[in-house]
Structure formats: C-alpha cells, structure tokens
Ligand binder design. Structure first.
Ligand SMILES: *Cc1c(COP(=O)(O)O)cnc(C)c1O
Length: 244
C-alpha cells in the first residue's frame, strides 16, 4: 500500500512539474493538497510523511475522527467541503487553518462571530461555482465580488484567494473556461485593493484536470483519487445537499 501511494505521489508531482514547465511557472508555486475524504488516517499519514503536509477533508465528522489520529504528525489542515452553519463550532476545534469553501454571507457572519468569541482569526478562500452546475456549491461568478466586499468587513476572516471545482467533462476547453474565469475574478478583485483581502491563492484542479488548472494559474491543486485510488462513494454524496 505504502509503495502504491509513493508511486502515485511521485507520478502526480512529476506531472505538476511538467505542467509548470510548459507555462514557465516554478513548481514551487503549486502546492499539492491531499484531498482525503474516505481515506483512512494511516494512509493519510504515509502520504504526509512523503513530504506532503497539506491535507483537507470535506466533512466535519471525518475531520474530527481523523484529526485525533493525526495529532502527532505535523501537517496543515484545510476544509474543502460544504459547511453547514451548525457545524461551525466543531470545524474550528480540529486545527483547521483555512476554510476553502466559504460561499455565502450568512456562513461567513456566523463563522466570524464564533471566531470573535474564541479571539481567533482564520484564513478563508471564497468558493465560486464556475461551472454553473446545480450540484455544486459556490457563489455564482456574478456575485463573487460583492460577496468578497461584504466578507472583507468581517475582521476575524482573512480572505486569501478563491477556490473552485471545475466542470466534470472531457471537453478540455470547457474545463479551461472555468479556470480562466476564476483567474479573471482573482485579477479583478486584486485590482480593487479591498482592505483585509489578499488574492494569493487559487485553489483549483483535481485528479482529472490539475494540469489544466496549473496552466491557468492554480496555486493549490486538490488531489484524491490519483493518489489514494477510487473512492467507495460517488462525489454527489459530498457535493449535493440532498444526499447527506
Ligand atoms: C474530492 C475532492 C477533491 C479531489 O478529487 P479527486 O478527483 O479525487 O482528485 C478535490 N476537491 C474537492 C472539493 C473534493 O471534494
């Protein structure tokens, strides 16, 4: 098992390097995030120890269960799943340093309130639905700037950039369009120089399309299947409100 994970990570890193070279980017600008939903913590630990300390879960329950086992292994934990407001307290208990999936004001306000009580701040990314697929979360692109401006006023949230899930398709130009749109939004927002807003991170690209995302400017690629193998549950289990 260890050997398989090792070979997979090496192969992914190699492709990341190639994709960077093609567009004159330094591979050090692209972080490989391990998307660890459904993966058991011992396998996650193996991947972390191969030099990939950035991991992320989609569900607070899984985060909780695994963070206890991973406490003695140095790593950085992000959250990339749809976050319900009733899970805010819990998500903040397990050392998450960035919530990549903030996509609505009511969630941001409640997150900020809780952080104020704790006297803490947290990094966030704004999740944008660039594919216009109903099954995916994220603010619609037309409302993204307004949302950033509103969330910027919440002092305990530190906006660091944008996140998106690209279109599931074999049509490369359509996938590219999603990532180009996110990049365009990043530039627009950066130009506005909004106080309390940084636009340094673009989290985009998964197992099937991370090379395209890198070509369009990704700084974080979120990889699960290509490293840990196929999952038991379909992604609709994680991405669709109705199938919790
Ligand atoms: C599952 C998931 C990933 C990783 O997907 P793979 O196709 O397995 O690489 C990335 N981002 C999010 C938000 C996910 O839920």
């Amino acid at each position: 098992m260890r050997e398989v994970i090792y070979q997979n990570i090496k192969a992914v890193q190699h492709k990341i390097n190639l994709a960077c070279t093609q567009v004159n980017r330094n591979p050090a600008e692209v972080r490989l995030l391990l998307a660890t939903k459904t993966v058991n913590p011992y396998k996650i630990a193996q991947a972390i120890e191969m030099g990939y300390p950035l991991i992320a879960e989609n569900k607070v329950q899984e985060l909780k269960a695994k963070s206890e086992i991973l406490t003695n292994i140095i790593h950085e934990s992000h959250f990339i799943g749809h976050l319900q407001t009733n899970k805010i307290k819990e998500v903040l208990r397990h050392g998450v340093t960035c919530i990549q999936s903030v996509d609505r004001l009511d969630l941001a306000v409640k997150l900020n309130d809780r952080l104020k009580t704790l006297n803490q701040t947290i990094d966030i990314l704004i999740q944008v639905n660039t594919s216009a697929e109903e099954s995916k979360f994220g603010v619609i692109p037309q409302k993204a700037i307004e949302l950033v401006e509103q969330i910027a006023l919440l002092p305990n949230l530190k906006i660091k950039g944008l996140m998106t899930i690209g279109l599931f398709s074999t049509d490369i130009p359509k996938i590219q369009a999603c990532y180009k749109l996110l990049k365009k939004l990043e530039i627009e927002i950066a130009t506005l120089n909004i106080p309390n807003v940084e636009m340094n991170e673009l989290s985009m690209g998964m197992s099937n399309d991370y090379e395209i995302a890198i070509q369009e400017g990704a700084t974080i690629v979120r990889i699960g299947t290509a490293i840990f193998g196929e999952r038991e549950y379909p992604d609709s289990y994680y991405w669709n409100e109705k199938t919790k």
